[in-house]
Design a protein around this ligand. Structure first.
Ligand code: GRF
Length: 214
């Protein structure tokens, strides 16, 4: 089987990264984790990846004094050195310029903690609560130059409870993220984007997850 060499970009704790690394352990999963890259040297996820024997690298954006293309040139050099085929952004908190995005068009995906196109950008859970949303969720999409705008691969929805805070909602959505991302990455890598499948997952009867991915 021709497995793609996957780079996962993180900035923090890396729980989505872990869900992808777990998925990659299956013999028939179409990706091999070849690099975990963080723009924050202190990102907890780097330790988790290193403990699993995955090559890691920190490229600290702060040392580039706002020169985004030079920062991205350094990233691109690492991607080439590790012969990367595909990138999964997993909590990577830097917006990339068209310089890098165009080089990876169709080969870079992201997970965003809202039901796009609602609530692109930051503070998604607080914004969903303030807006009175009854459903929240997450989206896996291809990365294009517009922030959180690329074609949608799959989504998962969870209920918003009356007493939710941004934190309680975030942890419910995060559970859904961990289910959704490996499924959508697999579909993207296999090029199986046409078959829609919606599945109700009753992990918690009060807060079921509705998973919709190819
Ligand atoms: C996730 O909610 C992801 O959707 C968002 O940032 C968070 C990262 O969490 N972009 P983790 O680092 O994967 O645990």
């Amino acid at each position: 089987m021709n497995k793609k060499r996957l780079a996962i970009f993180i900035s923090g704790r890396g729980s989505n990264m872990e869900s992808l690394l777990r998925a990659c352990e299956a013999p028939d999963y179409p990706a091999d984790p070849a690099l975990v890259l963080s723009n924050r040297p202190s990102a907890k996820g780097l330790e988790i990846a290193a403990a699993r024997g995955i090559p890691t690298i920190a490229i600290d954006h702060k040392t580039f004094n706002g020169d985004r293309v030079t920062f991205e040139t350094a990233i691109q050099a690492e991607l080439e050195a590790h012969e990367i085929d595909f990138i999964a952004l997993a909590g990577f908190m830097r917006v990339m310029t068209p310089w890098l995005v165009s080089r990876w068009e169709g080969r870079m995906v992201n997970i965003h903690p809202s039901l796009l196109p609602s609530f692109p950008g930051l503070h998604t859970h607080q914004r969903a609560i303030v807006a009175g949303c009854r459903l929240a969720g997450c989206t896996v999409h291809y990365v294009t130059p517009g922030v959180d705008e690329g074609p949608i691969i799959g989504q998962a929805a969870v209920p918003v409870m009356p007493d939710d805070t941004p934190d309680t909602l975030a942890s419910r959505v995060l559970k859904a993220e961990h289910l959704l991302y490996p499924e959508c990455l697999e579909a993207a890598l296999r090029g199986e984007m046409k078959r829609a499948r919606v599945q109700l997952i009753d992990t918690d009867p009060e807060a079921p997850i509705l998973l919709g991915c190819p």
